[in-house]
Design a protein around this ligand. Structure first.
Ligand SMILES: [Zn+2]
Length: 61
């Protein structure tokens, strides 16, 4: 199941939720305000440096 990340606009607390379907916002565990969904960094950081971009001039275009 994917992990969705939320960030509280009030206190900046980040919340990670394992959900099948992402919600627009979840209650912040720290202050109780609404935390809105952000782009998940979990999958993005893993794919960085995985060879997605070949160096220019390597003949791999
Ligand atoms: Zn908060």
């Amino acid at each position: 199941m994917p992990i969705f990340e939320y960030q509280c606009e009030h206190c900046g607390q980040t919340v990670e939720k394992i959900q099948r379907i992402p919600l627009a916002e979840v209650p912040c565990p720290a202050c109780g305000k609404n935390a809105s969904r952000t782009v998940s960094l979990t999958s993005a950081s893993v794919s960085t440096g995985g060879g997605c971009s070949a160096p220019a001039g390597s003949g791999f275009t």
